[in-house]
Design a protein around this ligand. Structure first.
Ligand SMILES: Cc1cc2nc3c(=O)[nH]c(=O)nc-3n(C[C@H](O)[C@H](O)[C@H](O)COP(=O)(O)OP(=O)(O)OC[C@H]3O[C@@H](n4cnc5c(N)ncnc54)[C@H](O)[C@@H]3O)c2cc1C
Ligand code: SF4
Ligand code: SF4
Length: 610
């Protein structure tokens, strides 16, 4: 589709698409996605199969297959017939007997009543002054201006899929975008200047629903950017080795085993890079933390520890051209993906950003999460000082950490996270985008670091990392650290690593298809995902549905009444239902597991050849 017709599309514009399941089918699908992104109504004429188009279109007319050389002529003529038919319905005229006759003959019987009803409803809704033909001059001007809305705003932010990485702000050639807080406590871009709509912003967005084939998912990007890997696992992506361990020097001043800070320090010390982009405290009002540049070990120490708080790369990327030498960036999976996409669109960035440190991520939290925890300790939102998310208790287990912060009087207060309840498995205060992220292990980073949430490591309150290496530099840093005794670490069996992130794999891989289905039902655009087509059991679908509801409700409740006590009351019932659905799911899984085991035993005892 060219710019001309694209400019005409809005929610009042029906578009007839001839999408026969041959030739340019993929291209047609991509055009339909674009029409949907612009809120156009799609009436698709399809032949048998055509499931992708059926799922995307608002109305489907299924026609029989004909001779290879004829379909285009046949289906185009059908489109020409349907158009006046719809128009007559919209104008509330009676379609001529001739049209009805042709229509009934061509449209599959079971589709006919549905189609007629829907056409009537949608097209009569769009009649009157909103119809595109009778747009006033002011409306036409507004429509043209809408066309100059940056693509990321139109397609990602307005679709609630923005994760706030800020790469679009950096990439925008017109400097038309700026990051700021939205009403739900997340950082998102907004427009501050004229946009030339060239779409550069969308090309680097990790949640672009229309990525090019060569960067379609993490798998394609890994192929290009991780040439030194020698292993692959469906859930982990490409990798070299997996370790568990900690840094002797940084463990206690870090959130987990201190390996993230160790790797950053070694990269600077060995002059592999000259600067590190990671997270530090900021004095900006209401912001607490932001990305900034570290070029020495002292800076790095301030930049250690996990911050469950929204941050954006936009604050540091603007410095990139001013910095001499090379850069390493610490980031969660979607941020790392945005960097790879930027490197793909501008290969010079690969020479500048030479190393990526991935933080394994279970979801980013709204600013409301911090406000809620502070409110639990009777600290008002405006008074929150120095929030810390992972204060260790080395006498207890690694998952028994506290949230701390001070009031205006500077006195530090603490609350054990165990007493607050499950903040991760419930979806509370989480970004919608995270529900459509299938990269559990930060697959595109040179090295990924997470928590070793498994026996015996979690029993040590000082913290232990899991580590995945994906480049020779990363592999050498870890091996040298072990040899020099800077690190206490060893290889971790694959099954143990998978077990350490089991909750995340369950939610982000197993549950994803059902969330995608729900989102598509609501006309939400979703980027291509690798776990889209797998089966989800009914009980787990119910769990997913409830988590999504809780996520959205938690943001709404806090936005309207930022007080922990009333929040707990408002969320109580929904959380109880989730607990109940989760129990049923676990019970069912237990029974299925026992059944499978029994079959295995029977198989081994009675049918296996000795
Ligand atoms: C939002 C979030 C969710 C996480 N979820 C999981 C999970 O589900 N499973 C799991 O195993 N691990 C998870 N982690 C990672 C874990 O909390 C530790 O950060 C990781 O194990 C590294 O520990 P460390 O002691 O080596 O890091 P440290 O030595 O303490 O260094 C932490 C590094 O991370 C950087 N950093 C801190 N906050 C952020 C942020 N918001 N975005 C980008 N960089 C940041 C710091 O600047 C520093 O460079 C998550 C981290 C974050 C930020
Ligand atoms: S996810 Fe990143 S690139 Fe995409 S719109 Fe949001 S800030 Fe921009
Ligand atoms: S869960 Fe995925 S999308 Fe969400 S913050 Fe983490 S890496 Fe990004």
């Amino acid at each position: 589709m060219k710019q001309g017709p694209i400019a005409l599309i809005d929610e009042n514009m029906p578009v007839i698409v001839v999408a026969i399941n041959k030739g340019h089918y993929d291209k047609t699908v991509s055009n339909i996605q674009e029409i949907k992104a612009l809120k156009g109504k799609v009436i698709a004429i399809v032949t048998a199969g055509g499931e992708t188009v059926k799922a995307l279109a608002d109305h489907v007319i299924e026609v029989p297959e004909t001779l290879e050389c004829l379909p285009t002529i046949n289906h185009h003529s059908l489109a020409i017939i349907v158009l006046p038919y719809g128009s007559t319905l919209r104008k509330k005229c009676t379609p001529t007997a001739e049209l009805i006759k042709i229509d009934d003959r061509r449209i599959k019987k079971e589709k006919t009543p549905k189609l007629k009803g829907r056409l009537n409803q949608d097209w009569s809704e769009s009649s009157g002054t909103n119809s595109s033909r009778s747009k006033s001059k002011r409306e036409v001007k507004k429509m043209n201006n809408n066309n100059n809305i940056p693509k990321v705003i139109d397609i990602v932010v307005n679709n609630d899929l923005c994760i706030g990485c800020g790469m679009c702000v950096y990439k925008c050639p017109s400097k038309a975008l700026e990051m700021g807080w939205n009403e739900n406590g997340f950082l998102v871009p907004s427009i501050i200047d004229d946009c030339d709509s060239n779409g550069d912003c969308l090309s680097v967005c990790p949640f672009n629903p229309f990525p090019k084939k060569e960067v379609k998912t993490e798998d394609e990007l890994a192929e290009k950017y991780l040439p030194d890997t020698n292993q692959f696992h469906k859930k982990i992506g490409k990798y070299n080795n997996i370790y568990a361990g900690y840094s002797n020097e940084f463990r206690l001043s870090s959130s987990s085993g201190g390996l993230a800070t160790y790797v950053c320090a070694e990269l600077l010390e060995k002059k592999i890079v000259h600067h590190i982009f990671s997270i530090k405290e900021t004095s900006k009002p209401n912001t607490h933390y932001e990305y900034s540049v570290s070029s020495n070990k002292t800076d790095l120490l301030i930049a250690s520890k996990t911050r469950y708080f929204p941050v954006t790369l936009a604050t540091v990327l603007k410095e990139i051209d001013k910095l001499e030498g090379t850069i390493a960036i610490v980031g969660v999976a979607c941020f790392i993906k945005s960097i790879r996409l930027a490197q793909h669109s501008d290969p010079k960035l690969k020479e500048k950003i030479t190393f990526l440190i991935g933080i394994i991520c279970g979801g980013v939290k709204s600013r409301f999460f911090t406000e809620y925890l502070a409110s639990k300790m009777d600290i008002k939102v405006a008074n929150i000082q120095k929030p810390q998310f992972r204060k260790k208790d080395i006498t207890s287990t690694a998952n028994d950490y506290s949230f701390t912060c001070s009031d205006m009087d500077q006195e530090e207060k603490a609350i054990r996270m165990k007493t607050v309840g499950d903040m991760w498995g419930t979806g509370l205060f989480k970004a919608n985008a995270c529900d459509f992220c299938d990269d559990v292990t930060t697959e595109l980073a040179d090295i990924s670091l997470g928590d070793a949430w498994l026996d015996p490591y979690y029993k040590d309150g000082s913290g232990t990392n899991v580590v995945v290496t994906r480049s020779l530099i990363a592999e050498n840093l870890i091996k040298e650290g072990i040899t020099n005794k800077d690190l206490v670490a060893g290889l971790l069996p694959l099954e143990d690593f998978l077990a350490s992130q089991q909750g995340s794999f369950n939610h982000r891989h197993t549950g994803l298809p059902s969330r995608i289905k729900m989102a598509k039902k609501n006309n939400q655009l979703i980027p291509p995902k690798r776990y889209e087509n797998e089966n989800v059991t009914t009980d787990f679908k119910i769990v997913q549905n409830q988590r999504m509801k809780i996520r959205a409700k938690s943001l709404e409740v806090w936005r309207n009444s930022p007080d922990a006590k009333s929040f707990d009351i408002a969320m109580g019932k929904s959380l109880s239902w989730l607990r109940c659905f989760t129990k049923i799911n676990h019970k069912r899984k237990g029974v299925t597991h026992k059944k499978n085991r029994l079959f295995e035993i029977i198989q081994e005892r009675f049918f296996s050849k000795k």
